[in-house]
Write a new protein. Sequence first.
Length: 315
Amino acid sequence: MAVAALWAMPGTARGQIYETNDGPNTIGEYDATTGATVNSSLVSGLNGPTGIVVSGGNVWVVNYFANAIGEYNATTGATVNSSLISGLNRPYGIAVSGGNLFVANYGANTIGEYNATTGATVNSSLVSGLSGPIFIALSGGNLFVGNSAANTIGEYNATTGATVNSSLVSGLSNPYGIAVSGGNLWVANAGNGTIGEYNATTGATINASLVSGLSDPYGIAVYGGDLFVANFGTNSIGEYNAITGATVNASLVSGLGQYSPFGIDVVPDAASTWTLLLLAIVPLVGMNLLLHRRSEARNTGHLFGVAQRRCSRKI
């Protein structure tokens, strides 16, 4: 019962949107269901924030103009380390997996790998020879990289950096945001205002214009069966069905300010996650208690019967 509830959690837990605002130099947080503001300036005083990723209660953000990665508490916005990683080269996108951060260095045409806790360099050129890497995504042990200058998505092994397919998807139009889930790959084309959907293994086109009519879509995230899109041109975040492309709410979050939003990540809300966890655990505990009491009752009855038989024998 608990396992079933936890398995269903990502689709049922209320989500939180984290997005970067390049103009105001902030990170904003919003409810993914209603678009309600949680904290429009959860983190402030950044320096050209672009890519963002949230995991384990922390948020990492790319400061493009500082050539650095900062780390902050995802609940309070408190600074963990404003220069966790420094000395980068025009960094844009970021992803996290297994305790490591992967950073797209647009200026060096590389993907670097770093320890997510200490910031120590694992491999500053894990993947090299790219062509204007912007945003990146991780899935199944592989990195998916948007090469904006080549209008392609490349795929690389996240451990070795080996090329899986340097042109997994081609013929795009300024590919910026990337999201991968359930064997599908979604790409935000800033050049033509669309979101395209592709097979994440073969690169085959599922729908090149799954969502259209957008305005400079930059970062995208998939959560609970929907796509959340950072529309840089309209300073808003839109929500769309990830399978059909149907509009859920084109202006779920609006009024984000100049040069906003840029990057986006959507994760389960901590409060609702704990609620679901408790809902999963409590019935299980109750069931175990009931079984324990029944077992005690059977044992008590058995012992009483044995005592009766022993007494009758003595009589």
